[in-house]
Write a protein that binds this ligand. Structure first.
Ligand SMILES: [Ca+2]
Length: 495
């Protein structure tokens, strides 16, 4: 379909007017315009996810209990939720949702909003204050922050909409500068509170990639260069049914996935992916079939490894009056549409590799030795966990949520050291009988500290359920001075 603008999500739209929060820390606004730095790319992968509007609280989102929303998302087989946290009301609701997600294996992350002000400097300050307030409330609860939603569609004057958005000259220079200031402010505001936050790019869509290129490269619509840059850890993009094939889009047959990969070199998340309510004959069976077809989720499963697409988030969990017809559930929040069943079955049939940071997994049992999170520059996500074991037989059991039946290769990221012991991993159904050993005992002794990934072995769960991962100390290397174990992440790869 020949279209230049795409489905307007409400994420930023409704957040307008919410950006003008406290300016009490305006003195912290930094206008030195130095290039911002990012962490290493995360290894965490949550392939299947969904958008919700819980922060807004309208329609069914108002009365629904956050734990119920989390449970619904998890029941579909999805493990990441994108939602809003801008003004104080949204932030209160978002925080409740994030708190309800703790220990469930479902990640919740906020889309930030700053809005633009009179010029780049004031836009920066406003957004900085807003993002700092959000991060102050959410630090420790979330790891990802998205630097705003569809700026090109929701910022008056930035982009005419009559062009493809693929060239800098198609954007208004002064408006771009204000947007850049706002995005820089969001980034710095989060980082001022949470230096380990993983930053998701401002989300664009369709062929509107010139906006991200200008931010990344320090260029602007007037053709000049050497301006402030914005970088990120994850490149976010939107794609809907009316846009066709992301590998061959528009009249120029642009491979947008390749372009995003080549330009920015970061993992890609499709933070909105969906079928328009008017697609085909407009009936639910037609739209549901498309969602799980080789043009829908099937497309991204098949090309995920080619372009490092780590996550695809359907839009949206419920029908609502702001964007009618997109929901997996009806507007009552409880009635499943046909797509619930089709998406659920598709996810069960197409497990994707996923990596969960050890520091995100709940310890459900242990031998009583301290099990704690600690930081380290070599850790994925900036931190890992350590079991302060001091004897053979000590153990910790971690909860790995929502694993579909299948055959998997299990890998564990660890930090070796001179004080480490030897562990045996066993996996079983959460709450079930004794877990079964996977692979051989693993010796984490190393004279010098070393971060490495262990290939533990093959695991074939016969049922879809939460799992327990039990790490038991079986001894220690003769050269080691202790029995501790340090974990970075768990990586599960379907075979
Ligand atoms: Ca980690």
């Amino acid at each position: 379909m020949k279209t230049h603008r795409f489905t307007p999500s409400r994420l930023l739209n409704l957040a307008k007017g919410s950006a003008r929060l406290s300016t009490s820390i305006a003195t912290l606004a930094m206008l030195g315009l130095a290039a911002v730095q990012t962490n290493a790319a995360p290894t965490t992968e949550f392939f299947y996810g969904v958008n919700s509007h819980y922060g807004f609280g309208f329609d069914h989102y108002g009365p629904v209990a956050p734990a119920d929303l989390i449970a619904q998302v998890k029941s579909i087989g999805m493990t990441i939720i994108r939602d809003n946290a801008s003004n104080s009301a949204q932030l209160t609701r978002f925080k409740a949702l994030a708190q309800a997600s703790v220990g469930t294996g479902v990640q919740v992350y906020p889309v930030l909003s700053g809005g633009t002000q009179a010029d780049e400097a004031t836009s920066y300050t406003s957004s900085y204050n807003n993002a700092r307030n959000v991060a102050t409330n959410l630090v420790g609860l979330v790891k990802y922050y998205e630097l705003g939603n569809e700026w090109e569609n929701f910022t008056p004057g930035l982009f005419s909409g009559t062009t493809n958005g693929d060239k800098p000259s198609q954007y208004d220079n002064a408006t771009f500068m204000r947007v850049r200031g706002a995005i820089r402010g969001l980034y710095d505001g989060v980082k001022s509170v949470d230096p380990n936050a993983i930053m998701v790019s401002p989300t664009g869509g369709w062929l509107h990639y010139a906006l991200l290129q200008m931010l990344w490269n320090g260029t602007q619509p007037d053709g000049t260069s050497g301006h402030p840059t914005v970088t990120w850890d994850v490149t976010a993009w939107h794609w809907y049914s009316n846009m066709g094939n992301i590998e061959s889009a528009g009249s120029g047959a642009t491979n947008v996935a390749q372009l995003l990969k080549t330009n920015f070199g970061k993992p890609i998340w499709l933070t909105e992916f969906g079928v328009l309510p008017t697609y085909g004959d407009g009936t639910e069976p037609t739209k549901s079939a498309w969602l799980v077809s080789n043009s829908g989720f099937g497309k991204y499963v098949s090309i995920a490894s080619t372009y490092n697409i780590q996550s695809v988030l359907n839009y949206a969990i419920y029908d609502d009056n702001s964007d009618p017809g997109f929901g997996i559930y009806q507007i009552d929040g409880v009635t499943k549409k046909q797509r619930w069943t089709d998406i659920h079955n598709f996810i069960l049939a197409h497990p994707m590799p996923f990596t969960v940071e050890a520091e995100s997994l709940s310890a459900v049992a242990s031998s009583g030795d301290t099990y704690r999170i600690f930081t380290g520059s070599g850790f994925s996500g900036g931190s890992g966990t350590i079991l302060d074991a001091d004897a053979t037989g000590d153990y910790v059991t971690l909860l790995l949520p929502s694993v579909a039946a299948g055959t998997y290769n299990v890998r564990v990221g660890v930090k070796k050291a001179s004080t480490r012991g030897i562990f045996q991993l066993a996996i079983g159904i959460a709450g079930g009988p004794t877990p079964t050993n996977i692979g051989s005992p693993q010796d984490l002794y190393s004279a010098a500290d070393a971060y490495t990934e262990l290939n533990i072995g093959t695991w074939t769960p016969g049922s879809t359920s939460d799992k327990w991962l039990k790490f038991t100390i079986t001894g220690k290397n003769a050269s080691s001075t202790g029995f501790t174990e340090a974990f970075d992440y768990v990586r599960i790869i379907p075979q």
